[in-house]
Structure formats: C-alpha cells, structure tokens
Ligand binder design. Structure first.
Ligand code: BEZ
Length: 235
C-alpha cells in the first residue's frame, strides 16, 4: 500500500500552514482568524507537567504585554480538551509559583490528539519524543507568514522575555528597515542595511549620524521610546 510522504516542516518565510482546530476558547481557523495580528503559536509536551505549568503561568501573566504589541498567543499539545480544561482550572485554583497565583489562561489551547497539527508544524521530533510535542515557538506576522521559529527540548523551559524580545525585534526590523545586532534590546543601536554601491558605502563611512566599524557594518541610534511607540500602536 502506498503512503503519502509527510509534508516538509514549514520554514521561515513560508505561509503558516492552515488548519481548523478545537481549543479551550472554541474552534479556531488558523491563521485566518488572526489576520492583522502577530501570533505566537507554541506547543508544549503535556498537560499536568511541571515545566509546562511554569511556562503557562509565565506566558499567561505576560499575555497583556504581548496583546499590547498586537500579538496573540495560541498554545497546543497532543492532549484532549478535557485534560486542557482540567489543567487550566488546576493552575488557576491551586498553583502558586514565583509570586504568580490565580493565573487565568485566557488564550486558546488547541487539542491535537490526532497530532495532525503538531506533525504539520514539525512539533513532533521523534529523536526527542514520538508521543509528545517539543517546545516549538512560531512567530507569525499579520499577513500569516512565519517570521521566526525556535525549538526547545522537553526538559528546557522557555525564556519568555526572549520571546518578547524576538517579537519586538521583528516588528522593529519591519517598521524601521533595520536589522538588530546580537543581544539587541529596544534603545540599543540598530544595524543599517548593507550599502548597495561603493558611493553609499563611502557616504555612510563619512556620516555623522551613523557609526561604522567597517564599510559593511554600520549602526545608528534608535531610541526606546520611538521603538515602543511604533510597536505598541501598530494594531
Ligand atoms: C514538563 O513539562 O515538566 C515535562 C514534560 C515532558 C517531559 C519532561 C518534562
């Protein structure tokens, strides 16, 4: 019997593969329901596990911060809906962790017991586990294009400040046509795109507003207020 080979994992620059799924907030059509917003689609290995619980409490506590940057959150695991509901209730009613308590997870959590979505997004990585999704994070832009992908193994809880930093850096690159250097945070200098001609290279080397470390590596200031004002009002 012939089997259809699996579709390749989506990559940066690809349109987010579409799907319809049941979630803790009702059915969603992804990514169509999120047109005009950034969205972070992320997977976790299993409900009622400690690392995932710490992650959900952290992400839910930061939801407003992401919302203000025009970014919605959507979670996924291969557990069923009743497990999701029971786990989110337990988190709200019983778990107090690092000053967080009474945490309500308001963003949708997808049930994916068939693993259809997890497999389509390359979240099942059999070398790590063939029964649980790894900790995948897809940053999808308002046009439904995948802009960044980060994968973590089962044992490693994500750094949510870093996920926020990635979101703001992507939005900054789009809004100001710049790139962001290593460890960039809003307020740090940004990288001016490479020169397209010898004339531009020379002009930049001589410009007072731009710092050049060499002709191909130039930065300019971009203040935090300007970045955050742009990011936070882009709805
Ligand atoms: C956890 O979230 O604690 C976890 C889940 C699956 C494997 C290992 C750890």
């Amino acid at each position: 019997m012939e089997t259809t080979p699996p579709l390749p994992m989506p990559r940066i620059g690809d349109p987010a593969p579409p799907f319809t799924a049941a979630t803790t907030q009702g059915t969603i059509n992804f990514p169509a329901d999120y047109a005009g917003s950034w969205v972070i689609l992320f997977s976790h290995p299993a409900d009622f596990t400690p690392v995932c619980t710490s992650e959900f409490m952290t992400f839910a506590s930061m939801e407003k911060q992401f919302e203000e940057a025009n970014c919605k959150l959507v979670g996924l695991s291969v557990d069923g809906l009743y497990s999701h509901i029971a786990w989110l209730r337990t988190i709200k009613e019983k778990i107090e962790y690092r000053g967080m308590k009474n945490v309500e997870v308001r963003f949708p959590l997808i049930e994916d017991i068939t693993m259809e979505v997890a497999k389509r997004y390359g979240m099942i990585q059999p070398g790590e586990s063939s029964t649980k999704a790894v900790r995948a994070v897809f940053f999808i832009d308002p046009k439904g294009i995948i802009r960044a992908i980060i994968y973590y193994p089962l044992s490693l809880g994500r750094n949510f400040d870093e996920l926020y930093r990635v979101l703001i850096a992507l939005q900054t690159a789009d809004a100001f046509s710049v790139a962001t250097p290593a460890d960039w945070r809003p307020g740090d200098d940004v990288i001016v795109p490479p020169p397209g001609s010898c004339g531009t290279a020379q002009e930049r080397m001589e410009s007072k507003d731009i710092t050049c470390y060499d002709w191909f590596f130039c930065t300019k200031p971009l203040d935090k207020g300007t970045v955050m004002k742009t990011v936070l009002k882009k709805k």
